[in-house]
Write a new protein. Sequence first.
Length: 126
Amino acid sequence: MIVTTAMMYRGVPYRNGGSDPAGFDCSGFVQWVFAQNGVRLPREVRDQYDAGKKIDLKEVKPGDLLFFETVSRGASHVGVAIGGDQFVHAPSSTGVVRVERFTSAYWSKRFIGARRVAATHNTNTN
């Protein structure tokens, strides 16, 4: 239940280097959520980008990972798709884990790829 777990942490504060419910950065949030569901992921965004199967944006399902180029070249931000055009993530700019649209002007122009980690696409809670 990747999506259910991820949504439980909405509102948790952003903390650079954070990897637990006291505060998350983006990759720490993703690693924590997947770990709670028995799936091991690397800690760093770039390493998470290399995990799983590459998929097209049109194939994205709840539980898939979405990657963006923000503060540096290559994958530098990650979130979890939750359905429709929305994803949940831990952005430093807003200070808390929150839901946003990956089709928004900001995120769509920074999108660089999506990955499916084993068995996560069966976690739709809708």
